[in-house]
Design a protein around this ligand. Structure first.
Ligand code: ATP
Ligand code: MG
Length: 682
């Protein structure tokens, strides 16, 4: 037993514990401030520095240089709450925080995250809160507060307590009266304009009263008063309600301003004989407890009118007004979020105008890049995480693809399909389109990313597909697409038939794209016979060489010299749409390429040229398709030899593309049926 306890106890970090529980005199604290003035940063400065402390990357997107903040990858949580694909909105958000940190005015506004439902607004707010908690525990993020220590004979001042913590966790330097501060900071050797030293505001009502009483007791000797102050490290923690607050509006009738600014402590009124004695007050409203850190307003626009003024004061003046007390200074980041629907509803509400005027709106749209959207679902649905059910390749991808399609606006250029636009956004290249075109495409949109299907819907449907009993062992794209389609009927956010119809049509587009993807994969698996490809490639090159040099080719069987085989060459080139008129150029390119490689001492092989590789695969597939008799899968009568060939293809699907036995069979059957259809059409 004891041994087990010891093993757990070993996990404890004593040095950290000691650090986080540091306490000392006011004098000690002044030493700390002198050495590390950053301990006195404002809440906005600390938040900004916290974000930067995780590092940044420079990113070039469409020729524009962007800053990526690694903090949003959630390094603290090992990526559990990472935010994907929103580099630009996040950069805007950090710029607002930066401006607030510099004191350029943004600190007098509510930061309002605004976007469609499920666009990661709450996730971002949660990250910021956790980031601050974490930072406050690190040496570079340390901050301090104080408590009053009174001997027996003076404890009547606090109503009988010998230790009275500052109820709002204030910065200890506030104990230096405002009018002395400039001179005092100079004495400390701190430059007056030091960015890190912007101590504003006065003590909260309770501490002010204690301060005054002690001053009276010591006949105005500040140095004696300050001997009763013990400074201590402040560790922010949402669960302990220290420095991190969250306010969630409940139903309108139940809202009461004491939730934000604190309430009278009725038990203590008798002790002090008055309900306006600050010592008989609980400074435990959300604004109070969030002091020094951050307060998050969930669904900020649902806030009752009665609260609005508290919020406006807190924002504009950094002051709150507890019941029966004068204005009290606060230092905290105020961030709210609201979804699109709620925002629209209040757009014309005069009453909210006052609030809107004091907010900086940061749009948090949906992701419009397929790669990034896929990452959301891979957080929960990978074959490692989902036990007992295999997720067939492309299952997540097609779901994400559909989600993105619902969010994209139709391109104005009509020769571009929505799916092509998706691919361009995803970084794929399309003939005839440049980076500049992609930029134009993004520019021409009006509110792209603010409408469409939310990741939450897709998450729910994937998980439905996983638990529904249709297959005991695996899920595949069709199951998920069916779930996605089925849910549309009851989707509460789809209000009109037209939209429903459009979303269904987009599902059909995704289905046919999936068909292309698997056809391609099966083709590649069939032709993934390296020896055969090498042989075909060697053959092709021999003929091309002879063709370009106007020579003959020796026929390996007859030993005769023959002219280059035009049919062979064309049958390969046609696979990648090399027109008859372009064939000479293409052949010359290939020969030049081989020549260039030779100069570098490198040898040409079929997989050094992507296009040629593809062409060879397709040709090989065509040659082998009939010998494999894939279509016989459909008729269910398979001879032993065909079965062996099919098994080889299956094992390649498993080896190269991530299938398992079941999903590989499914996909082969499916592709066989497509080919059977095609053959029938011919
Ligand atoms: N860009 C994104 N990166 C990572 N995850 C995302 C992203 N967008 C949405 N999600 C995921 O979608 C889900 C919903 O996110 P969240 O609750 O943060 O959205 P929200 O904007 O607060 O929604 P609501 O408006 O409904 O409150 C979460 O599981 C989140 O991880
Ligand atoms: Mg939310």
């Amino acid at each position: 037993m004891g041994n087990l306890i010891n093993q757990i106890a070993e996990l404890q970090d004593y040095a950290e514990f000691a650090d986080l529980h540091w306490s000392g005199s006011f004098e000690d604290y002044l030493e700390i401030v002198r050495e590390r003035p950053q301990v006195t940063r404002t809440a906005y400065q600390r938040l900004y520095d916290m974000i930067l402390s995780w590092g940044t990357d420079v990113l070039v997107d469409n020729k524009k240089k962007l800053t990526r903040y690694r903090f949003f990858d959630d390094p603290m949580g090992g990526g559990r709450e990472a935010v994907f694909g929103l580099d630009i909105p996040l950069m805007r958000l950090v710029n607002v925080i930066k401006s607030a940190a510099m004191g350029y005015g943004a600190e007098k506004r509510v930061i309002l995250l605004h976007g469609p439902v499920g666009s990661s607004k709450s996730t971002i707010a949660r990250l910021l809160k956790r980031g601050l908690e974490h930072y406050s525990r690190r040496p570079e993020g340390a901050l301090y507060t104080y408590e009053w220590i009174l001997p027996e004979e003076l404890k009547h001042i606090t109503g009988g307590e010998t230790v009275f913590p500052c109820p709002m966790n204030e910065e200890p330097l506030r104990l230096i009266p405002e009018e002395w501060r400039p001179a005092a900071f100079q004495k400390l050797g701190l430059r007056a304009g030091d960015q890190n030293l912007r101590i504003k505001g006065v003590l909260n009502p309770a501490c002010r009263l204690i301060f005054r009483e002690l001053m009276a007791h010591y006949s105005g000797d500040w140095s004696r008063v300050i001997e009763h102050v013990r400074v201590k490290r402040l560790v922010l923690s949402e669960t302990d309600r220290v420095g991190i607050g969250t306010f969630q509006p409940k139903d309108e009738k139940n809202q009461d301003s004491t939730e934000l600014t604190g309430d009278i402590n009725y038990k203590k009124i008798a002790l002090f004989g008055s309900d306006s004695d600050p010592r008989a007050f609980n400074f435990d409203g959300e604004f109070n407890i969030a002091n020094r850190g951050i307060i998050e307003f969930i669904e900020i626009l649902k806030l009752d009118v009665a609260f609005l003024y508290d919020l406006l004061g807190a924002t504009q003046e950094h002051k709150i007004k507890p019941k029966k007390f004068p204005q009290t200074d606060i230092d905290e980041v105020i961030i709210g979020h609201t979804n699109e629907a709620e925002y629209k509803k209040l757009l014309n509400n005069e009453f909210m105008e006052a609030l809107r005027d004091r907010t900086i709106k940061v749009d948090i749209p949906y992701i419009t890049r397929l790669k990034e959207e896929v990452k959301i679902y891979l957080k929960d649905f990978t074959n490692e995480k989902v036990q007992g059910k295999h997720i067939a390749p492309h299952t997540i991808e097609v779901a994400a693809m559909w989600a993105i399609l619902t969010r994209l606006e139709d391109p104005k250029k009509h020769d571009l399909t929505l799916l092509q636009k998706l691919k361009l956004y995803d970084g794929k290249t399309l003939p005839g389109y440049t980076q500049d075109n992609v930029k134009e495409l993004r520019k021409e949109t009006v509110r792209e990313g603010m409408d469409g299907i939310s990741p939450r819907y897709v998450q729910d449907k994937i998980s439905n597909a996983l638990v529904s009993g249709r297959s005991e062992t695996s899920i595949n794209p069709f199951l998920v697409l069916n779930e996605l389609a089925g849910g549309l009927k009851q989707h509460s956010l789809i209000t009109n038939e037209e939209q429903r119809k459009r979303y269904s049509e987009l599902l059909a587009i995704v289905r046919s794209e999936y068909e292309e993807i698997v056809k391609n994969e099966v083709q590649r698996a069939i032709s993934a016979d390296e020896e055969a490809i090498k042989r075909l490639c060697g053959n092709y090159i021999d003929h091309v060489k002879a063709y370009t040099q106007r020579e003959k080719v020796k026929n390996p069987y007859t030993g005769q010299d023959e002219p280059p085989d035009e049919r062979l060459m064309r049958s390969i080139e046609a696979k990648i749409e090399i027109a008859e008129s372009r064939k000479d150029d293409f052949r010359r390119e290939i020969m030049n390429y081989i020549g260039a490689l030779a100069v570098e001492g490198k040898k040409f092989s079929y997989d050094t040229n992507e296009r040629l590789h593809r062409a060879l695969e397709q040709k090989l597939f065509e040659d082998q398709k009939d010998s494999i008799k894939l279509t016989s899968l459909v008729s269910n009568v398979i001879d032993k030899e065909t079965q062996e060939k099919i098994d080889v293809v299956k094992s390649r699907l498993i080896r190269d593309f991530g299938y398992n036995d079941e999903s590989a069979s499914d996909v082969l059957n499916y592709v066989a049926s497509i080919f059977a259809r095609g053959d029938a059409r011919k």
